[in-house]
Design a protein around this ligand. Structure first.
Ligand SMILES: [Zn+2]
Length: 330
């Protein structure tokens, strides 16, 4: 099994965890904070495995009975906290799965590790219940709270946890992983890196998604033709996209990257640095006929559309407004 050296980027978190394991100075509560699919669960599971490892030398050894159980998700002293309601973690979830459970000593090791994903979804009552455990944790208790944002957490929770923030991973590290371990062509790797913006999990997701190529092609076809399209055709294209099981913001990212390419090409007339360099014919055309102001208006409008969709404004409406802005300015 892979050790801490398998973590891509995140040197700070990696060093902190490896140091804690080596010295035995392990905190009772950690917050691992970072965006969705940035690798928080991978890191939390690795830390739990390393804590439980019974092997000699570098941990996790990957071969001891404890490591094998952990790899099979079958270790009695690694507990994944679950929640019934998708939108929230309630007080009963915390009481049943952490507070009462942690009173029972570990079955076969020195630690009992709790991994609570989406911890930002804890209700204030759930957080207050957890606080009781955080105030007086048993010596063997380690609680890992994984969050996409710490804003919803009470200051009293934050003050009792060691917060480890995920950092964007360098493009060069991502490229090495995508072209090396995943065996991707460097062209496709560049594309995934441009969209993932430092999020390894997202790059991997895009790289392995069969839909990614379809969505990319649909987006490009729309961008090539949008100026001459009737509004009904544009609306049809938008509806088509919503039928993919693809995150809409990823679709908008594709459009944003394309216009960033247009802007870059307009300024430099150099196709070398473009993400969509095979679109050069169309990019040249749009770069020639649009103004800097127009392209910037489009890029701003993409951001606005993203925010609207995140805030649950009607998808079709937000997208149509964006497409109108694109038509007017490209
Ligand atoms: Zn081991």
């Amino acid at each position: 099994m892979a050790g801490f050296d398998s973590i891509i980027g995140q040197e700070q978190i990696r060093d902190h965890m490896a140091g804690a394991i080596e010295s035995g100075h392990v905190g009772h509560a950690y917050i691992i904070n970072g965006e969705r699919s940035s690798g928080k669960e991978y890191i939390a599971n690795l830390f739990a495995k390393a804590l439980q490892c019974k092997g000699e030398g570098v941990k996790p050894c990957g071969v001891c009975p404890s490591c094998i159980k952990a790899a099979d998700d079958n270790h009695p002293d690694i507990i994944h906290v679950t929640h019934e309601k998708p939108g929230s973690i309630g007080v009963d979830d915390i009481r049943d799965q952490i507070n009462s459970d942690i009173m029972i000593k570990p079955y076969e090791s020195d630690w009992k590790v709790y991994i609570c994903n989406e911890a930002e979804k804890m209700t204030p009552q759930a957080q207050n219940a957890l606080l009781k455990t955080l105030e007086e944790p048993p010596a063997y208790g380690v609680i890992l709270l994984l969050t996409t944002s710490t804003e919803a957490l009470l200051p009293t929770i934050l003050s009792r946890c060691i917060t480890l923030n995920m950092k964007p991973v360098k493009d060069s590290q991502m490229r090495k992983y995508l072209t090396g371990e995943l065996g991707m062509s460097s062209d496709k790797a560049d594309l995934c890196i441009a969209f993932a913006r430092g999020n390894v999990g997202k790059a991997k997701l895009l790289a392995l998604s069969e839909e990614f190529d379809n969505v990319r092609n649909e987006a490009l076809s729309l961008l090539r033709n949008i100026r001459d399209m009737e509004i009904a055709e544009v609306a049809g294209a938008i509806r088509q996209i919503s039928e993919y099981k693809f995150d809409t913001t990823d679709y908008l990212d594709i459009i944003a990257v394309w216009y960033r390419d247009v802007l870059l090409f307009k300024a430099t007339r150099d196709a070398g640095g473009l993400i969509f360099h095979d679109e050069i014919q169309y990019i040249t055309r749009v770069a020639d006929r649009s103004t800097y102001e127009g392209i910037e208006t489009i890029i701003d409008a993409i951001d606005t559309a993203k925010k609207r969709i995140k805030a649950n404004v009607n998808y079709d409406l937000a997208m149509e407004l964006l497409m109108l802005t694109i038509q007017e300015n490209s």
